[in-house]
Ligand binder design. Sequence first.
Ligand code: NAP
Length: 535
Amino acid sequence: MNARMPHDAAADHPSAPAETDIAIIGTGFAGLGMAIRLRQSGLTDFLVAEKADSVGGTWRDNHYPGCACDVQSHVYSFSFAPNPRWSRMFARQPEIRAYLDDCVRRFGVERHLRFGHELTSAIYDDTRRRWHLRFANGQQWSARVLISAMGGLSRASTPNIPGIETFKGRAFHSQHWDHGYPLEGKRVAVIGTGASAIQFVPQIAPRVAHLDLFQRTPPWIMPKADRAVRPIEQWLFKHLPFTQKVMRSALYCMLESRALGFAVHPSLMKTAQKVAERHLRRQVRDPQLRATLTPDYTMGCKRILISNDYFPALSRANVSVTTSAIERIDEDAVITSDGVRHPADCLIFGTGFQVADPFAQGVVRGRGGVDIVDTWRDGAHAYLGTTLPGYPNFFMIVGPNTGLGHNSMVFMIESQVEYILRALKAMQNEGAAAIEVRPHVERAYNEQIQQQLGRAIWSTGGCKSWYLDPRTGKNTTLWPGFAYKFRRATSTFSMADYFAYSPAPKSVNVNVSAHAAATQSAHVQGKASASAEAT
Ligand code: NAP
């Protein structure tokens, strides 16, 4: 069967939701990792919804020139799916995307994938103990368990600069790169100097007539220890797989040691900073440009970037770095606060993602129709970045406070995937239809996380970053320290942390839309029945 064709029951009967035990949303590392491990654990009653027409998540959506991983590929890959063929230490986007495609085939998850399924709403029906999902293509699913693998960095953020709508040239965000637009001979304005911009600027600088780079805050940049993986290494990884395991473990330990500076002794960052300062001195001769590119905050406060070609690109004669604030945009120029007009044929936004609100309003609604956006009005939070009171049987992968600045996100994703598997097995063993984390457990967990984060470099380093919620200043994105501690915290599932609910009576068949619009009284009733049945 062609995995890219919708072939669920609902396709024939659009009014009847397709029934599935588990619904996964997203097919990046998180969604595919979950799907593969479900199959490997013998759980096959699941569907995976993907809004696009292929898998890959961030590695499908981001395809700007120079897009590559900044964590070594031997670590930035599934532990259960080593790839002996990585061509470079830091693989580039097409190779990572091909790796994920290969995982789909290798582990037989095609049959579970439903492409062209963009989630528009997921509403918990407390009476039936099921999630009711609607998709932009008109399809509907009913699922007992909902797993969000939508990623924290998937919604592009484009600043609302005055006059932006008057710009007559081409404008796009790094995530929506227009490869059909020839940059050759054009005057290009790049806004932003984050992880994405430092990768694409060196690629396009030699092609354009002039590049104006608008820098608000300079990043700390370390040398990138990239190189081609030698054929002999690839041979060893293929024929003696333990050699790749050794390489992976060594890289993991090296990366993990960086948490010491981030979270335990921020003063250590001053030492690492010297390496970055030397890198800048070596690569930028012009003292004025060097001063412009020197950050005034402690390294680690914002994401540390790695590059060998960014500084040389900025030293080119056809590149200027502008630090004056952007005041407005005209039909053919960017105007800065010093009154200077920077003519531009093309604007490229390397301005990052909407991190503080991972879900759009109205998409995820828990018990009583409560929108997760409202639950998180004072900043996102969850238990182990995975579960949330009021949202039974809802699991998040890469949820609040699971991001890393120092090690591989795939490690965190696998920790959460295994935790969710344990939760599903515990439910099975105890005959529970649904579970919901107890509010005091989730609260105590988050108080501790916030306490630890308060001492970490992200709070004390003297900078503003996307790690911090702009409304509250709280760090709602990062895990505060060593990744192995998260692995340890997620390595057991305790039913004592959760309410467990028995299956809904068979006769119950409630109109879900009506339930979503349920009033406060239904909410209270739901709560009462929940606690009565909690075990
Ligand atoms: P980012 O790190 O959030 O950087 C956005 C940049 O845009 C910053 O320099 C920011 O300046 C600037 N900016 C935002 N709004 C602006 C405005 N109104 N005016 C002027 N400048 C503005 O975004 P990103 O580079 O896309 O990276 C986001 C994250 O994606 C990374 O941190 C990383 O986690 C991930 N990523 C990973 C890789 C990888 O290799 N694995 C590659 C790319 C991205 P300020 O610093 O002053 O806010």
